[in-house]
Structures are given as C-alpha cells and as structure tokens.
Design a protein around this ligand. Structure first.
Ligand SMILES: Cc1cc2nc3c(=O)[nH]c(=O)nc-3n(C[C@H](O)[C@H](O)[C@H](O)COP(=O)(O)OP(=O)(O)OC[C@H]3O[C@@H](n4cnc5c(N)ncnc54)[C@H](O)[C@@H]3O)c2cc1C
Length: 429
C-alpha cells in the first residue's frame, strides 16, 4: 500500500514537472526581443512576458528618414502589443526594467517584480559622448522616435529662423549643419539634409537660398564608412559632395556648445549639431555583476547564455559574442534578429529535449544610402554602388519593416518623394 502511494506521488510529481509551463521573460521589444517572442509565440509551448519601456517596436535603420522629414514616426514604429496580439501565450507590458536579481531569477521594474524560468535580455545600447556628456544637450543623437522628432524640429526650425533674419552672419549660422560621426547613420543624415536643402526646400523660401546651406560631416578616422571597403567609402564621399556635403576626415571634435563646434583649433558656428559618433552599453549591464567587455556589453557563451546563469540569455546590441570570428559581432539589426530567434529555439529545444545549439551568424551584408538614388552595398562579397545599390537598399528595408500597412505606407511615401523631390513629413511640432 505504502509503495503504491509513493509511486502515485512520484507519478504526479513527474507529470507536473513535465507539464509545468516555463515562463520566459523578454526585456526589450527591438529586433532581438521581438523575433525571440515571435518564435516562442508560434510554438505555444511556453508562457512569455515581454517588457519594454516603449510601447512600440522601432525600425531604427529608417529613423534618419523621420529626422529629415521623409517619413512619419508611425511609418516605422508599430505597437509591440499589436504585432504579438495573435500569440495567446504572450503578454506585453509597458514598463522599465531597473535591475535583475540573477540569483533569485527576478526582474525589478517600475511596474512590479517578475519571476522567470528563462530570461532574455535584449535592451540594445544608448548614445555615447565619450565622457563629454555635456555635449548631449547641444548635439542630440538619433536612437528613438523622440530623438528623431526633436532633430526634425531643429532642422526645420533652423531654416525658418534663417528666413526671419537679414543678418548674414546669423543666417549663415542657422544654415550650417554639423554631423559628427561618419558611419552609416552620419552619412545617411548628411545626405538627406543635403538633398533637402538642394532640392526639397529650394523654392520654398524668399529671404534665403537653402542651396547655400553648409553641411559638414566630421569623422575622426581617416575615412568615412570604416566598416565598408575603401572604394565604397570614396564613392560615398563623392556622392555626399555632389549633394553639397563637406566631408572632413581625420578631424576630431574637441568642443560642442550652443553656438557650434570646435575641431582642433577651428571654430565652426552652427545652430544644428547632430551626434552620430558612437554608442555605449545600457547602465543596466553594470548592475548584473557578470562579465562585460570594455564597451560594457555582456560577454556571452556560444549559445548566447551567461556562463554563470545558463537560463539567462543576452542578444543583439547588448551582447558581446566573439565565438565565431574572434571579434565581437557588429551592432546590426540582422545580428540581433538572428540571435533572438536562436535563443528562442534553444529554449524550446531545452524544454523539449534538454539540448541547445551554438549560435552561428549568417552575414547578409551591409548597406548605406546617400540621398534619394545613391547607395553602397556589400552583400556576400558582392560590392554594388549607385542606383542599383539604392534599389536593393529600398527592397531590403521594405522587406524587413514590420507590418503590412507600414510597408505600403513607406513605399507610397518614397515613391511620392522620389517623383516630386518633396519630403511630406515637414511638420514642426
Ligand atoms: C539611427 C540608426 C540607424 C541604424 N541603421 C541600421 C542599418 O541601416 N542596418 C542595420 O543592420 N542596423 C542599423 N542600426 C542598428 C540596429 O538598429 C541595431 O543593431 C538593432 O536595433 C539592435 O537590436 P536590439 O534588439 O539589440 O536593440 P533595439 O532594437 O535597440 O531594442 C532594444 C529595446 O529594448 C528596450 N529597452 C531598453 N532598455 C530597457 C529597459 N531598461 N527596460 C525595458 N525596455 C528597455 C528599448 O525600448 C528597445 O525597444 C541602426 C541603429 C540606429 C540607432
């Protein structure tokens, strides 16, 4: 009889342990977090809670288009809740994660405390001013929709203020735009401002000639687009110059204030200075008490988990993964997307079969656009530039943008602005 009871208790406990639904907590609904959630949502095998301090997923590669009045914020941002609404096992919460208690498997947020069986950290990065945090006030960076709207306001207001004055010095200051950082974001911003001043706004003002706008792209390295080939960097430089952008390489910004910038001993009076020079890890990383690299990113194992806490995974920009090439993978959307999916598959594999697989990044290449019909693209060894690269750039971005409606909206807006040179989202608010 006693044996029968213990056998039944064992069977019940075994059954429960086999059927207790595991809870996966995802922090961040960017490329990594969202794609992990989709895989877990489709499986229906685990409970998922996704927490993000924004209520929307943002397609950051097109943020510069919002900042330069080419697209509206809602064209590139979609509520996370609506993207994941079809998955009944996923709960989306709008909240900010303050800290993680790795030992007790708990996450502390401004909306409460959440327990997890598995944790996926996918919080991305923030702008870095290399120890000059005082520059942030005068040189906004481009990381989210709020930044993009503020930059758009600043750019459009600069033209308005230049129109209102007859003082040539003040006009010159308002019509000078400095972009610090010659990576893809800086190049895209500079190209878009160049195109805006040369074409879109060319006939809209009476007191100023927007074509006289001075745009400076300042890069500390010896060339722009350092992650691209030299040939592509020179082509991008020429394309930028054709839009009136002056490209200053090997130039270090030493001061930024309300009236402009200093590059070494040279002073440039400019009402608009934009920051595209660097990013750093989220402050949350320091509180984790695990291994970080020199940039503050969390060092992960080949399966993207933490060495000390195997049920905790880190993905995307927040992670330092160097097991494939010996160097950390670049902070790119495809890296984040693939890592998010890999983690989700590993969690499902472990729950079902106690197995995990290592992450392998499939490099899909990189691209940057310069104005409305020029781009450089490097795809699996193929180097493409000019109009063809721009067409590829368009298709890739349309393909990856989230939501069917957004794809249509973006195509229509681009087609309109391509045919008319207009930038439809020129609203100051
Ligand atoms: C302007 C710009 C242009 C870019 N262009 C390209 C490009 O052309 N091609 C390309 O491949 N890549 C590009 N990137 C890089 C690419 O966008 C990133 O690599 C990618 O977004 C990383 O994805 P992620 O999921 O790691 O982080 P993110 O997409 O940044 O998502 C992080 C999420 O975490 C949330 N979050 C952060 N902290 C907390 C917290 N404490 N609590 C709750 N939620 C939190 C954020 O709100 C956000 O939704 C660009 C980036 C920028 C900023």
């Amino acid at each position: 009889m006693g044996r029968l009871i213990s056998l039944s208790i064992f069977s019940v406990t075994f059954y429960m342990s086999m059927h207790v639904i595991k809870r996966v907590l995802i922090i961040g609904g960017g490329f990594a977090g969202l794609n992990a959630a989709k895989v877990l949502g489709r499986s229906g095998k685990v409970e998922v809670i996704l927490i993000d301090r924004m209520n929307h997923h943002l397609f950051q590669p097109l943020l510069y288009q919002v900042a330069t009045a080419g697209l509206n914020p809602s064209d590139i941002a979609v509520p996370i809740r609506s993207i994941l609404s079809k998955y009944r096992n996923i709960t989306v919460l709008h909240g900010n994660v303050n800290s993680v208690d790795l030992k007790n498997r708990k996450v502390h947020t401004n909306i409460g405390e959440y327990h997890y069986d598995y944790l996926i950290l996918a919080c991305g990065v923030q702008n870095s001013y290399f120890g000059h945090e005082e520059w942030m006030e005068h040189a906004p960076g481009l990381k989210n929709v709020v930044d993009a709207i503020a930059i758009r306001r600043q750019i459009l207001a600069a033209f308005e203020k230049a129109e209102r004055t007859n003082d040539p010095e003040i006009q010159k200051k308002f019509l000078t735009f400095v972009i610090v950082g010659g990576g893809p974001t800086g190049v895209e911003l500079a190209g878009a401002i160049g195109e805006m001043s040369r074409f879109t706004l060319a006939r809209d003002f009476r007191n100023i000639d927007p074509k006289l706008t001075r745009i400076l792209l300042i890069e500390a390295e010896s060339r722009i687009l350092t992650s691209f080939s030299e040939n592509h960097a020179s082509r991008a430089t020429r394309d930028l110059e054709s839009l009136g952008v002056q490209v200053w390489t090997s130039s270090q910004v030493t001061r930024i204030d309300a009236d402009g910038v200093e590059v070494g001993k040279e002073r440039i009076q400019a009402a608009t200075v934009l920051w595209a020079a660097g990013v750093k890890a989220m402050d949350l990383n320091k509180k984790l008490g695990v291994g970080l690299d020199t940039q503050g990113r969390v060092i992960v194992e080949p399966d993207l988990s933490l060495k000390e806490y195997r049920q905790v995974f880190v993905a995307g920009d927040q992670a330092h993964f160097s097991h494939q090439t010996g160097k950390p993978l670049p902070a790119l959307a495809p890296v984040a997307l693939q890592q998010g999916r890999c983690i989700a598959r590993n969690i499902l594999l472990e729950v079902a079969r106690h197995q995990r697989q290592e992450f392998r990044y499939v490099d899909k290449g990189q691209m940057a656009t310069i104005g409305r019909s020029k781009a450089v693209a490097e795809i699996r060894g193929l180097k493409i530039k000019g109009f063809l690269a721009w067409i590829i750039w368009i298709f890739v971005h349309i393909y990856y943008i989230t939501g069917f409606n957004n794809r249509i909206l973006v195509v229509v807006q681009w087609a309109m602005s391509y045919l008319s040179y207009r930038r439809g989202a020129r609203l100051i608010y």
